[in-house]
Design a protein around this ligand. Structure first.
Ligand code: ZN
Length: 327
């Protein structure tokens, strides 16, 4: 390879490292040292930019202000318990006018939940479990992690292609090597995403119990999702969302260990009564003819969940389409 090209590449990597290293900080939520290329301001701007289109694809927000306000009220109470600068993020909790069962978050504090999922719940603690999980994706900065990883994978693949183009490697190697590198990188991102789901489950438990909700409600939400699963679910290995069974087992372990003192403890409420009177009864009155909730099936919906949105609470239908989550 020409010395000039090698020098150029070395310089490119040096500059990239220079940009990246200062961005490596300890996240007060996770306690992990995270390599986030994008700033908090970038995250907020990205969330604001993506929100209108995402809302349009999921039927906009529910028309009734009392229903929307209830979800916002619970969400804002949970957001107060987040770490570092997170309580001051421009949090927004949107109740989507969609019978698809899903919840997701955009970076910078935009949380969404469909009324299809809300209608399946029976307590305020379950609602807090779902919103807490999504808040966890935001505070752990999962989208930032994924975008940073994608950036590194792309830079790596391009570098490999340039290196091979100027070496004596065979044509076949020249073609395949960048693809292998790319695939390897993407696999790491997929693995990362599964870990992120577990982390968001844990953070959901953390925030809901800080607000005094019964942590068992988080498992109940998983049971609701498990009961709603239909059809092929794809291979777990390549899915970004672990099966509800896996998550239920993990959550139950946490309930028996870290959260044992909060189980069967009168200080931790379910809020069934409030949920029924302030929300569920009004929701069913407003949508009496709503059909059976369904999972997202269209390309647009999958793209919305896997491409632009943060990882959904559920996204079970999307599990069969690995490609949409690999980005
Ligand atoms: Zn999630």
């Amino acid at each position: 390879m020409h010395t000039a090209i090698r020098r150029c590449l070395s310089l490119a990597w040096f500059l990239l490292a220079g940009v990246m290293l200062p961005a490596c900080t300890t996240n007060p939520t996770t306690g992990r040292s995270q390599f986030n290329y994008f700033t908090r301001e970038d995250e907020i701007a990205l969330g604001m930019q993506a929100k209108p289109e995402l809302m349009k694809e999921f039927g906009g927000e529910v028309a009734r202000a009392d229903l929307r306000n209830y979800v916002t009220e619970v969400g804002m109470r949970l957001a107060r318990h987040t770490e570092g600068d997170a309580p001051s993020l421009p949090w927004e909790f949107t109740l989507l006018d969609s019978d698809v069962i899903n919840a997701f978050a955009l970076p910078g504090g935009k949380v969404f939940m469909s009324r299809g999922l809300a209608a399946k719940m029976t307590s305020e603690a379950q609602l807090a479990g779902v919103l807490g999980h999504e808040i966890g994706h935001v505070t752990a900065r999962h989208t930032n992690d994924r975008m940073t990883q994608s950036l590194l994978v792309t830079v790596g693949a391009v570098t490999a292609a340039v290196l091979l183009e100027n070496s004596d490697a065979s044509d076949a190697t020249k073609t395949v090597a960048p693809l292998v590198l790319q695939f390897g990188g993407q696999s790491i991102i997929l693995q990362y995403s599964r870990d992120q789901e577990s982390e968001a489950d844990s953070l959901g438990l953390r925030y809901m119990t800080r607000e005094g909700y019964d942590p068992r409600a988080q498992v109940q939400v998983m049971e609701i999702l498990k009961a709603s699963v239909t059809g092929e679910r794809g291979l777990e290995f390549f899915s970004t969302h672990p099966y509800p069974e896996t998550r239920i087992k993990r959550l139950n372990r946490l309930l028996q260990t870290d959260y044992a003192s909060m189980v069967n403890n009168p200080n931790y409420r379910t809020g069934e009564q409030e949920f029924r009177t302030r929300f569920l009864s009004k929701l069913s009155a407003a949508y009496p003819k709503a059909g059976e909730p369904r999972f997202a099936s269209s390309e647009a919906e999958l793209d919305a969940m896997g491409g632009r949105g943060e990882l959904g609470m559920i996204g079970l239908a999307a599990e069969t389409d690995c490609a949409s989550h690999a980005r």
